[in-house]
Design a protein around this ligand. Structure first.
Ligand SMILES: Cc1cc2nc3c(=O)[nH]c(=O)nc-3n(C[C@H](O)[C@H](O)[C@H](O)COP(=O)(O)OP(=O)(O)OC[C@H]3O[C@@H](n4cnc5c(N)ncnc54)[C@H](O)[C@@H]3O)c2cc1C
Ligand code: HEM
Length: 405
């Protein structure tokens, strides 16, 4: 048990963490990867490169230090991390390694400021957090194996079919290579894919949202090919999936996880708002509602640069024709004449203000997915138009750095 004095010591380090949080975690990662290089196969070395993972762990440590008196306020954040850890097969023994390097890093970064009492307080606090997370993750693993077709860890899947959905996005139809069933999932969840990268001599995991309605036979993911810019390289896994992984190949998959899910018990309206490849988890929710012949009113708002990069355009038009209660509104950078005649198309970035009469529905839930600035804009626009923040749900495609309130 952590003592009152130790809690005071932890709270006293909050300002230091605020100042040096990112430096501390950067030091921590470099130390851990030097001593335990096998963990490079577990972490996303792309996110290490662009600094996002460092920020996200620093924020978690800071949030914990700030809430040491009552860590229960962090439950939903910890749940989100737990789902991510479960999808990466993080196990209790990994916490021992992380704890060792985190404490040594605090000591090395703070220098003389890191008294034995302070380090002991952090050791107790870290173990308290680790025990909480290990327990929560254990439940997620147990839930996963209890499902029909459920499993934990990495399982081989056959890439049976690749379907090009746009110039940049390709879908992968994945079937268990062992001939078994796939585990059920909630619309909105993701899974992790792991590939070996010869150029790094490492295995690398990435998360992809399931993009179709749940079914017992296969999983579908839809992946955008991440092009590099002059200052940084092409995305490692997405390019390999597009270029090197072929139909008939086998890749490794960890089971569905994630807390960004459609509440399937409700019968109130749903508004889906996506930018680019951010449509994938929302498409799974939409296909679920269509396949269960739901009576819920559905609004689909989507932004793409143009028709060429707009994935799932035709299936959406077909669904709108079949499902009496689905209405779609599409934003492109510029419109051609045909779109102006067709209707339902708008010029520019997604502006919910233009859709006030059709997209703000009584008692609706709003699901947003896209790049971080997109999520931020839509969240605050909805809030400014009077939508209750509790009804707005969002998912970021990277280490979760956005906390909107
Ligand atoms: C919950 C969740 C769901 C997701 N769902 C989907 C989905 O359905 N479809 C989908 O396409 N993606 C999805 N993603 C994103 C996906 O996991 C990958 O992040 C994405 O495919 C890029 O991976 P990569 O290996 O190709 O790129 P990485 O190699 O990981 O690089 C990531 C980006 O950083 C850039 N970069 C690389 N190095 C540097 C550097 N040194 N400095 C600055 N920038 C750099 C790259 O150009 C690239 O744009 C999801 C992510 C999460 C967390
Ligand atoms: C108390 C200890 C820990 C804390 C506070 C913590 C915190 C976090 C946070 C905040 C994220 C980002 C979550 C998200 O993307 O939504 C994350 C992701 C991750 N964590 Fe942990 N974590 C801890 C322990 C561990 C351990 C023991 C391991 C395994 C060695 C681990 C491996 C990972 C990996 C691989 C990711 C995904 C990284 C990425 O995609 O770049 N974590 N963790």
């Amino acid at each position: 048990m952590i003592t009152t004095d130790q809690k005071e010591l932890i709270k006293a380090t909050v300002p230091v963490l605020r100042e040096h949080g990112v430096a501390l975690t950067t030091h921590f990662y470099s130390r851990m990867f030097t001593h335990n290089p096998e963990l490079k196969n577990v972490f996303n070395m792309g996110n290490q490169g662009n600094g996002k993972q460092q920020l996200s762990l620093a924020m978690a440590v800071l949030a914990y230090a700030e809430n040491i008196e009552d860590p229960s306020v962090l439950v939903s954040a910890v749940m989100k991390i737990g789902h991510k850890h479960m999808s990466l097969d993080i196990r209790p023994e990994h916490y021992t390694i992380v704890g060792k390097h985190l404490l040594a890093s605090i000591s090395e970064v703070l220098g003389e400021g890191a008294t034995p009492e302070l380090i002991e307080a952090w050791a107790v606090a870290y173990q308290q957090l680790a025990d909480l997370m290990i327990g929560l993750e254990q439940n997620l693993y147990l839930e996963s194996v209890a499902k029909k077709g459920g499993w934990t860890g990495w399982r081989p899947f056959l890439v049976k079919q690749k379907v090009k959905e746009s110039e940049e996005i390709t879908s992968f139809y994945l079937y268990p290579a062992d001939g078994g069933k796939v585990a059920d999932f909630m619309p909105g969840q993701y899974l992790s894919v792991r590939l070996f990268l010869p150029e790094l001599n490492l295995l690398q995991p990435r998360q992809y949202s399931l993009s179709s309605a749940p079914n017992e036979a296969y999983y579908r993911i839809s992946v955008k090919k991440e092009a590099g810019k002059t200052e940084h390289p092409n995305g490692l896994i997405s390019n390999r999936l597009h270029e090197t992984v072929l139909e008939g190949d086998v890749i490794e998959i960890a089971p569905p996880a994630g807390d960004f899910i459609l509440d399937t018990m409700k019968d109130t309206p749903v508004v889906f708002i996506s930018g680019g490849v951010g449509q994938t988890p929302l498409l799974s929710m939409l296909e679920y509602l269509a396949s269960t012949e739901s009576n819920r009113e559905i609004v689909w708002v989507h932004g793409a640069r143009n028709r060429q990069v707009h994935a799932f355009r035709e299936p959406l038009t077909t669904l709108e024709g079949q499902h009496g209660k689905l209405k779609k509104h599409i934003f492109y950078d510029t419109l051609d004449e045909l779109m102006q005649v067709e209707g339902g198309y708008y010029e520019g970035i997604v502006e919910l203000g233009k859709l006030k009469d059709v997209a703000l529905l009584k008692d609706a839930d709003y699901y947003i997915c896209g790049p971080a600035p997109f999520i931020k804009k839509q969240f605050y626009d909805l809030a400014a138009m009077g939508v209750n923040k509790e009804a707005i749900h969002y998912e970021e495609f990277g280490p979760a750095n956005l906390v909107l309130s």
